[in-house]
Design a protein around this ligand. Structure first.
Ligand code: SF4
Length: 370
């Protein structure tokens, strides 16, 4: 664990916090886009080490949170189809659609299986050639290459009983949408390092230049995040609006060309709806014309259901950084990880789950134990 420990040293964290405090001369608001970064910030109390006036907002980078309820309803429809097997990641099976979750569908007799990698769907399809196997593909630029590889390998293997319910989304258009909102408060971004490991950093250049906003590609450990915040603050204070790379030990400017090629081969960019946020132009992936044979929506003739969010849940505001989880009236009262009302409390990368797990929930548990 030496590698991780080096990025969690308390003394170094304190020195970074002091450097940030010295650099700040006026209030600033920075958004970390990725749910994994949100969890690290809340878990290690990094936001509480920052000087007054320097605020962190949590962004829409939780793949489970932004998957529309309508897509979950379609996945449930597949799972309840006789002979079908619906495969997805663990967090997805707990997120509520309009009429329950994939776990509920499994309880009603649907064949729902949890996979750790999209490529595991190949084995499921090979083992059950008489069944229709569907992979519910969600996530950002990080997971899209593995989904693309699944399609390419299924094609190469001539698998006819495998298809995909694609619900992938892209980060840069979401950042654009946040910045374009009339009530936007975000002045700088920490961009997710793992997304840039795949896509590189060039997509952020026009956003930084045109929107006059600093963007720092940042890792996930406490010192990564504090260094990323420091770099962002220094840009803000100096009036610079550039893309900088804090996570250079992993992220190359061009990203991963092979992964990008696979994604470009299999998918095309389309306008999609984000849960709680609504439609964002050119922000999602769909199977390109050459691969429509793998589209589960066509194969199962799935209608696009109209899915309403729980009116109490303010997930859309949480995902856009307009409100923090504990500002939701249901937070820790009607909505807890055991009884979630919205995806940000279900997902292991959700902001509501982070606050409950590392802050209020832990405090409540200690109080109960006396
Ligand atoms: S606390 Fe629960 S109800 Fe409130 S925004 Fe988060 S997930 Fe939605």
């Amino acid at each position: 664990m030496k590698y991780v420990d080096e990025y969690r040293t308390a003394d170094a964290a304190k020195r970074y916090a002091e450097a940030i405090a010295r650099a700040v001369t006026r209030p600033w608001t920075i958004m970390e886009v990725c749910g994994g970064q949100t969890h690290a910030i809340v878990r290690f109390g990094l936001d509480q080490m920052l000087p007054p006036g320097l605020s962190l907002l949590h962004g829409p980078g939780c793949p489970v949170c932004v998957t529309p309820a309508a897509a979950i309803d379609q996945a449930i429809a597949v799972a309840m189809t006789p002979g079908a097997i619906l495969c997805s990641f663990g967090d997805m099976v707990r997120v509520p659609g309009t009429g329950g979750s994939l776990l509920d569908a499994r309880a009603r007799g649907g064949d729902v299986r949890v996979l750790y990698s999209p490529l595991d769907a190949l084995a499921v399809a090979r083992a059950a050639p008489e069944r229709e196997v569907v992979f519910f593909a969600v996530g950002f630029e990080t997971t899209a290459p593995a989904t693309a590889m699944l399609v390419l390998q299924a094609e190469r293997a001539g698998l006819r009983n495998l298809s995909l319910l694609v619900s992938h989304v892209l980060v840069p258009p979401a950042i654009e949408a946040i910045l374009a909102a009339p009530d936007n408060r975000v002045q700088g971004f920490l961009a997710a390092g793992h997304v840039c490991t795949v896509m590189g950093v060039e997509a952020y250049g026009p956003i930084a230049r045109n929107r006059r906003v600093p963007i720092v590609v940042t890792g996930f450990e406490p010192l990564d995040l504090l260094q990323g915040i420091h770099m962002c603050v220094r840009q803000l204070e100096a009036g610079r609006c550039e893309v900088e790379n804090q996570y250079s030990r992993t992220v190359r400017p061009e990203g991963n060309p092979a992964a990008r090629r696979a994604v470009d081969t299999v998918f095309e960019i389309v306008t999609v709806s984000w849960r709680g946020i609504g439609a964002i132009a050119q922000s999602g992936l769909a199977l390109s014309r050459d691969y429509t044979a793998f589209d589960a929506r066509g194969r199962f003739a799935l209608q696009k259901p109209i899915a309403a969010e729980d009116p109490i849940c303010i997930a859309g505001d949480v995902l856009r950084g307009r409100r923090l989880p504990h500002q939701c009236p249901a937070y820790a009262v009607r909505c807890t990880p055991d009884h979630p009302l919205g995806a940000p409390m279900v997902s292991s990368e959700g902001a509501c789950a982070a606050y409950f797990r590392y802050r209020d929930g832990a405090a409540a548990a200690r109080a109960v134990q006396g």
